[in-house]
Design a protein around this ligand. Sequence first.
Ligand code: TMP
Length: 208
Amino acid sequence: MSGSLITFEGIEGSGKSTQINLLIKKLEKLDYEVLFTLEPGGTEIGNQIRKILLDPSYKKMDNRTEILLYAADRAQHVVEKIIPALKEGKIVISDRYIDSNIAYQGYGRGLEMSMVREINEWVIRGYWPDLTILLDLEVEEGLKRARDMTPDKNGDRLEREVIDFHQRVREAYLNMAAEEKRFRIIQAGRDSMEVHRDILKAIKEEIL
Ligand code: TMP
């Protein structure tokens, strides 16, 4: 028995959480066994790593430290959560996965792409997503949404990055989606039920 891995990707404030919640409710209603998980922070160890990664006071974090922390989170996540759930035949829905690393650390930070890919391929052990939903949105709109959700309205460590950084991330996602068949690009700046219907359609076509 082998389940399916669906990942959600997108820039800050693209509405991943809202859409994942709607999708999980729908799939459970249809009697599918679903595991929701996320990166960074899908495991107990990962949750500690997440706190370090998103803390705005760590202004001195080096780009290589950053990628290795995300990779450490992912390594634990794959082994502890993703592989066992897939082996139990579940539909695994992950809020972010390997493509976040390629977009944010590879294109956003400008780290050497061959190294980013090598680290990630080592970490995911062949467990590529079966389907990746890319929620696409204007950067200005997403950032406003995301920053407004934090107590001081400035956002977490990553959300405080300059707009050019987030533009590079968005473009990276769109380029990856154009190159790889497992991606579906969904326009996110619309009514949430409309977005939900499009996501469900993609999942019915590719997974169910
Ligand atoms: P979240 O806001 O979706 O919870 O994600 C946390 C932040 O971490 C978000 O700004 C994207 C960033 N991120 C990376 O930079 N690289 C990664 O590999 C992952 C998983 C997330």
